[in-house]
Design a protein around this ligand. Structure first.
Ligand code: KG4
Ligand code: ZN
Length: 344
């Protein structure tokens, strides 16, 4: 057994359409981090198909675990604990990771550590940075959007969350609506850059007073704006101007501005309400977005609070964030038993 201060944790993430496996050594850092993204498998459907996702997880999990261990220049017996995402996510995908992790834990007789995917995202910015507590964390991904007050490792409270769609979902749904590929976020950012991130259509911003979010209204506002511009047919759910690349760029840029402004407003409100906050972290797949990063950096600068974000490889789903959370849970001996179940 490794000395406790340098525990080695294997992290397995299979909650949706990415198979992520990593090895994290406490006090040292990420030793390996490998990923298979299923984007190409789901692209033609404009979204994730759960049956395809779970089958692909099953194909990839064993080789990726082998690869992560080899890249860390270790053998399986060097691992001190096996951390795995067990909630929330797609049932079939979660089951693959959880069953695989249980099998390793049982064979090696090493502790199993169930990790909440959202906790993984919340602490993903801590993998490469020492962030002072308490900090404000904005998590924006394809499945979740929320603001957290983070007191310490494993100790955090929700300040506000989306009551309907997540921010990433708004990017994905609008991208689908105007005939762009999946996932929507990266292509929307790319198109918006070509028109210098101008806010052409001024889509409505959400209610400023609450720290909760709502993005389904924004999606509907975009839809009705397109109908008004005779660019969308509601009856047949068809985008009528697929060759109008300028319109696609205008929609993309306006949507990006709107979502960025909503984030800025919520962060300013949270900083005003919770004066003890010492830093801001921006995490999740949407945190890859450079335009939003810059907007938040401006706010952070004005408010005199440092802003942290993970490298893009730790923003989207990955095994490293699960191994990282697993590592501090292992220090606290917060283990799961082999009856660990999934929660969708
Ligand atoms: O964290 P993540 O990989 O998976 C979930 O837990 O959902 O996030 C995926 C989401 C997708 O909705 C995708 O459109 C969005 O992150 N995303 C982006 C960008 N890159 C990925 N959104 C905006 N701008 C980007 N550059
Ligand atoms: Zn995620």
């Amino acid at each position: 057994m490794t000395v406790e201060s340098q525990l080695i944790t294997l992290g397995i993430e299979t909650s949706c359409d990415e198979t992520g496996v990593a090895v994290y050594r406490h006090g040292i850092g990420v030793l390996s981090n490998v990923l298979f993204s299923q984007v190409a498998l789901h692209q033609s459907f404009g979204g994730v198909i759960p049956e395809i996702a779970s089958r692909s997880q099953l194909e990839r999990i064993a080789p990726l675990v082998e690869q992560a261990i080899a890249q860390a220049q270790l053998t399986l017996s060097d691992i001190d604990g096996i951390a795995v995402t067990h909630k929330p996510g797609l049932a079939g995908s979660l089951l693959v990771g959880v069953c695989f992790a249980k099998a390793i834990a049982w064979v090696l007789q090493k502790p199993l550590i169930g990790v909440n995917h959202l906790e993984g995202h919340v602490f993903s910015a801590c993998i490469e940075n020492e962030i002072p507590f308490p900090f404000l964390c904005l998590t924006a991904s394809g499945g979740h959007t929320a603001l957290y007050l983070v007191h310490n490792f494993g100790e955090f409270a929700v300040l506000g969350a989306t009551s309907d769609d997540a921010a990433g979902e708004a990017f994905d749904k609008v991208a689908k609506m105007i005939g762009l590929g999946y996932p929507g976020g990266p292509v929307i950012e790319q198109l918006a850059r070509t028109v210098d991130f101008v806010d052409f259509f001024h889509y409505p911003r959400s209610n400023k007073k609450t720290l909760n979010f709502s993005f389904s209204g924004l999606k509907t506002a975009v839809l009705y704006d397109l109908v008004k511009r005779k660019a969308y047919d509601l009856a047949t759910k068809t985008f009528l101007k697929p060759d109008d690349s300028m319109l696609q760029k205008q929609v993309a840029s306006s949507l990006l501005n709107c979502i960025a402004d909503i984030f800025v407003t919520k962060i300013v409100s949270a900083l005003e309400q919770y004066r003890q906050l010492k830093a801001i972290a921006f995490v999740g797949g949407v945190a890859c977005n450079q335009f939003i990063r810059h907007k938040l950096a401006d706010v952070a600068c004005k408010k005199g609070v440092p802003l942290f974000f993970p490298s893009p490889k730790y923003c989207t789903d990955n095994g490293a964030m699960i191994a990282f959370v697993g590592s501090y849970k292992a220090q606290k001996k917060e283990f799961s038993d082999l009856s660990l179940d999934i929660l969708v």
